[in-house]
Design a binder for this molecule. Structure first.
Ligand code: PMP
Ligand code: GLU
Length: 396
């Protein structure tokens, strides 16, 4: 066999999906393990959305649609962007794909030439790095300290820019940190991007999941020039508990969406037609069920953060959005726990899974080897038990 694609062979598999698969495998083998790895709401998809999907199937909405999505769904996306974020987009600016992950990939495909640099503030969701490599780009990391709430400053951004910089990845609120860039912070970062004519890949998939009464500003709302450079990435997976339906959307300048359209027309074609119909229901119906889920996440976050910060040896910040907590294990580095010397988050994750029977995601793949990510998109019962296990595990 000839050699395979060098780019493809250098791609690392997703640690989030790998940890979740490992948890499910252990569970299926009868092990009493608790999983906090998957960033996936534990709630079922709300009934009105499920019925919209069923109705679509019964009514034969089971054929090809335009590759970039149905007009009905594009209009529903425009409606939601206007309602929630006061953004004006036309259907031409919208592309619907098979999940926000796919949106990110095709959007990067549309703007990156080989050797272009993409700035990734880390910690960042594991897939950004790999996707940039997959499209032939070069990831450039900006390390964001816990002391600055894991946020990138305009000075850090400015320092990372070269004449090859094409784009920054801006995930707000962030997976894995849960931190939120407020309006003034966004304005300062956007100013730098406009000055250097850099695209902003604004992954806003968690924008509805904010706590403590915080409000969300889309970076695209900060003026015409910023809007032109911004590629909004969003989807229904997180806010409507629809991870398996695989619907994500892009809102961007029509020059960008028309290139993406060509790309999709030769690769996936349209995302699932019944899933598109279900997404229309999610985006256009009253948003009460999404709000109920948000409230449940807030309650779980409060409990998890408070308890975690009472356990000696570890700590965490209080996230303002999404559904993740970053557990800092710096104080445990160099210690031996249950017979294993802890040198990084992978060591801790490994021994905690084997001996503590709790599955987390080590943040090494997210760019920070002294943190592990807990997802609180799971029941309060699991959260209590998981933290009980952590306490017992660290007591030795
Ligand atoms: N962006 C971020 C930051 C995420 O955490 C996820 C979750 N997988 C996605 C995009 C992709 O979401 P999906 O493909 O399920 O729509
Ligand atoms: N975004 C989620 C996570 O970070 C889902 C898994 C994935 O696609 O990475 O866990």
């Amino acid at each position: 066999m000839k050699e395979l694609s060098v780019i493809a062979e250098n791609v690392q598999a997703s640690t989030t999906l790998a940890m979740d698969a490992l948890y499910k495998e252990m569970k299926a083998a009868g092990v009493d393990v608790i999983g906090f790895a998957a960033g996936e709401p534990d709630f079922p998809t709300p009934d009105y959305i499920k019925y919209a999907g069923i109705e679509a199937i019964v009514n034969n909405a089971t054929k090809y649609t335009p590759a970039t999505g149905t007009m009905e769904l594009k209009k529903a996306v425009c409606y939601r962007l206007k309602e929630d974020l006061d953004l004006d987009y036309e259907p031409d600016n919208i592309v619907v794909t098979s999940g926000a992950k796919h949106c990110l990939y095709v959007a990067l495909r549309a703007i990156i030439n080989p050797g272009d640099e993409v700035i990734i503030p880390v910690p960042a969701w594991v897939s950004y790095n790999e996707m940039v490599k997959m499209v032939g780009g070069l990831p450039v990391y900006v390390h964001c300290d816990e002391d600055n709430d894991f946020k990138m400053t305009p000075a850090q951004l400015e320092a990372a820019i070269t004449d090859k910089t094409k784009c920054i990845m801006l995930n707000n609120p962030s997976n894995p940190t849960g931190m939120l860039y407020e309006r003034e912070e966004l304005e300062a970062l956007a100013e730098v991007c406009v000055k250097h004519d850099i695209f902003i890949m604004a992954d806003e998939i968690y924008y509805k999941l904010l706590y403590d009464g915080k409000t969300f500003t889309s970076v695209a709302s900060l003026g015409d020039k910023v809007k032109e450079l911004t590629i909004i990435i969003n989807g229904v997976s997180k806010s409507y508990a629809m991870t398996g339906w695989r619907i994500g959307y892009i809102a961007a300048d029509a020059r960008v969406t028309s290139v993406i359209a060509k790309y999709l027309s030769h690769s996936t074609g349209n995302p699932s037609a019944p899933a598109q119909a279900a997404a229309v229901a999610a985006l256009t119906a009253p948003q009460d069920t999404a709000e109920e889920m948000r409230k449940a996440f807030e309650e779980r976050r409060n409990y998890m953060v408070e308890r975690m910060n009472q356990i000696p040896g570890i700590s965490c910040l209080k996230p303002e959005g999404a559904f993740y907590v970053m557990m800092n294990i710096t104080k445990l580095i160099g210690k031996t726990i249950h017979g294993k010397m802890i040198l990084n988050a992978d060591d801790f994750g490994d021994v905690f899974l084997k001996e503590g029977l709790v599955c987390l995601v080590p943040c090494t793949g997210f760019g920070d080897p002294y943190f592990l990510r807990w997802s609180y998109a799971t029941s309060m019962e699991n959260i209590k038990e998981g933290l009980d296990r952590l306490e017992k595990f660290l007591e030795g």
